[in-house]
Design a protein around this ligand. Structure first.
Ligand code: HEC
Length: 159
């Protein structure tokens, strides 16, 4: 019994060490980084549903398509003024994992144009997403292009 405890304790200490150290979100901007990534996860999840329908990998369902389009539009319209603090780029030390390039801040507000392009595309998507597969497909191109348009300029490649 005693032996077991002795063997267990150092492991527990190690785990606590990790908890407060390397793996913790303890950088000054980590909460904002997580928040914007959560927003992008919502983009990705909802466009994933629409793409699956457009590609025939999932049966078209008007209600689900409309809901996903509305979710995407709502997420695209979230206020982001606190999601992008100065210093939360991928080159500043001490940040949580992020692919946000410093050029976002050095050329600001140029990126807002890209965010607006997405809003325009999702606004056009919502009224047609529930009108059948062809109309959904017709509105998807601009949405996808607006994602890519921003990523090409402002998001680092995956390491
Ligand atoms: C205005 C610019 C912009 C637009 C528009 C945009 N993205 Fe992004 N996206 C980024 C940036 C910058 C990051 C990196 C954020 C970070 O790691 O801090 C990112 C990250 C992501 C991620 C990874 C999130 C994570 O958990 O690390 C996903 C998924 C994503 N975007 C999907 C999309 C989809 C889908 C669209 C279109 C519907 C889209 N994005 C539109 C700029 C944009």
């Amino acid at each position: 019994m005693r032996k077991t405890i002795r063997q267990t304790l150092p492991i527990a200490a190690l785990l606590v060490g990790f908890g407060t150290g390397a793996l913790a979100d303890d950088g000054p901007h980590d909460k904002a980084i997580k928040a914007r990534q959560a927003m992008f996860q919502l983009y990705g999840f909802n466009i994933g549903i629409l793409s699956a329908m457009a590609k025939g990998k999932m049966d078209y369902d008007a209600d689900i398509a409309l809901e996903a389009a509305e979710n995407l539009d709502a997420a695209a319209n979230l206020g982001q003024s606190q999601f992008w603090p100065q210093g939360s780029d991928n080159e500043t030390e001490g940040n949580a994992r992020t692919r946000a390039l410093p050029v976002i801040w050095s050329t600001f507000p140029a990126i807002v144009e890209k965010a607006d392009a997405l809003k325009t595309a999702t606004a056009a998507l919502v009224p047609v997403a529930g009108n059948g597969l062809d109309e959904l497909k017709g509105a998807m191109g601009d949405v996808g292009a607006s994602c890519k348009g921003c990523h090409d300029d402002y998001r680092a490649e995956k390491k």
